[in-house]
Write a protein that binds this ligand. Sequence first.
Ligand SMILES: Nc1ncnc2c1ncn2[C@@H]1O[C@H](COP(=O)(O)OP(=O)(O)O)[C@@H](O)[C@H]1O
Ligand SMILES: [Mg+2]
Length: 621
Amino acid sequence: MASAEAGTHLTADATDPNDPAKENTVFRLAGLIRPMWRPLLLAGLATLGATGATLALPWSVQYFMDGILSGSEGALGVLATSLLLLFAVQGIFSSARIYLLAYAGQSFVKDLMVRVYSRTQRFPLNYFDRERTGELISRISNDTTLIRNLVSNNLVEIVSQVVTVLGAAVLMFVLDWRMSLLIFVAVPFVVAVGAIFGRQVRKVTGEVQKNVADLTSIMEQTFGAIRVVKSFAREDHEQQRFADGAQKVFDASMRQAKISAILGPAVMLIVVSTLIGVLYYGGHRVVVGTLPAGEFVAFLIYMVMMSGPATGLTGQYTQLQQALAASDRIFSLMDTAGEDLDASQNGHSENAEGRIEFSDVSFSYDNGEKVLHEVSFDVSPGETVALVGPSGAGKSTLVSLLLRFYEIDSGEIFVDGTDIRELGLRALRSRIGLVAQDVALFSGTVRDNIRYGKLSATDAEVEAAARAANAHEFVSGLENGYDSLIGERGVKLSGGQRQRLSIARTLLSDPGILVLDEATSNLDAESEALVQDAVSRLMAQKTALVIAHRLSTVVNADRIVVLDSGRIVAQGTHAELMGSSTLYRRLYTKQLGGNQKSSSPTPKNCTRAKSATNSEDSRTP
Ligand SMILES: Nc1ncnc2c1ncn2[C@@H]1O[C@H](COP(=O)(O)OP(=O)(O)O)[C@@H](O)[C@H]1O
Ligand SMILES: [Mg+2]
């Protein structure tokens, strides 16, 4: 479980942190439902009222029948009126019940969904490395709905059905104990059949849900990577993969159906055989005159009335099992340790000068392979340090560790002189602005997206950030300016435009430390120039850690750190490293200089020429 690798900043949302998983599901479920006790109790009372009225109906019918048979006209009128009244009472109670149950169920599911979702927001990144988002989404939406059914349907339905069965049974015994005995021989069979199948159903339901989650995950992947699918012309392949997934859902659902198909009729058969037996025996006694016809009819109605809930109860049992399985999964989510954003935050937060220090940092991901080996380096306030190294060297990992997306195995990382484990996640991450290669924007307006960096920012601040990020010009050119919608139904932005919005967003959050992880490597030369221009302005005022394979950023950095296979192999200025580090020279000629037009003898000049064009391009009137 996740708690095994949980660091000091991880906490579980359970009343007993020592042994949350072992706690009985039913008990915990009861705890979840408890806040709903008021509407549930009222609904239960309304149900009792409705059930009482229902149970009284056959009793009146008995007099009705006997009245007909004895030819008493006056009794008929009274009885018709009382029947009508009983129905009215039953109707009022039913309305109250339906409304109260909907209220209890809906507020329950709302609270539970919000609670589980808030929980997931705090899951550490390695959880998302491990688990599929499709599974997570399915848990939050489907499993909570299954539990809602329990609240808004099963609980009270079960009470109602038990009361109906018991009430009818008592009244039947009062009417005629011999016929009643005949029926209650059948009850143990029904119970036995239900118990046998209930266990199976719980297992199969879990399978169905797992397969549905698989299918959801396939859809997410293909829709998310539809360009890849199309560029490889893998439509048929994806279609087949989906069809296989759908087949699995089908197979599991059919196993579930098979169980239900056997269970329902099996119970029905037992019930109907009993009914026929009673019909024969009771009919015989009416014929020979030992049983009044009205009593016989009332008895039959009670019997039918009882058989509904009796079979219904087995269905309720199935749903109860489903809800329990869903609860198990929900509880395992709630028990997953989440990050504690504020807990250990201490008094150092004012000292935000922008200093980074890595000291003998080693790290491996969950798979155990060591990615960083005793890495030590520092960045002084205001300094720009470039991190270079071959792909897979551990550069992005290093950034993740700085933001404490993962916990280091050994060593220490200090930000502004404080160990990041003592700084508090919120305080740490608000000091660092990360601009990465893949830009994630939210659907919403341009303004909302920039404002994500500082939710309280004014429109003027948003615009200022956009100007600084070289984004103002193109945003103003959009039809609705800052109110243009981004995303599926909104405007389509180029990679460079998206990147500039993300820079504006980061700028607005005003971090002391700026981290750029190949922020421009996805862009074409022209977009890159605009982004680069924005970035260099940013870096001038802030401490910056820059991962780049572009010449300009690296050459202009105050210092360059060369990382290879998780180890720092060299540090120095460009000129120093060109002399001392073979790896750097190789990277420089192959990778860093790779997109330069020709092998320029003086890279400094080349850079200058480039930034000169940049500022011309981006100059705003
Ligand atoms: N989330 C992850 N889980 C497991 N291994 C990872 C993860 N991310 C990166 N790695 C591995 O860590 C190593 C360093 O990756 P990374 O830091 O992304 O390199 P770089 O950014 O220098 O290209 C690689 O071997 C990569 O496979
Ligand atoms: Mg990387």
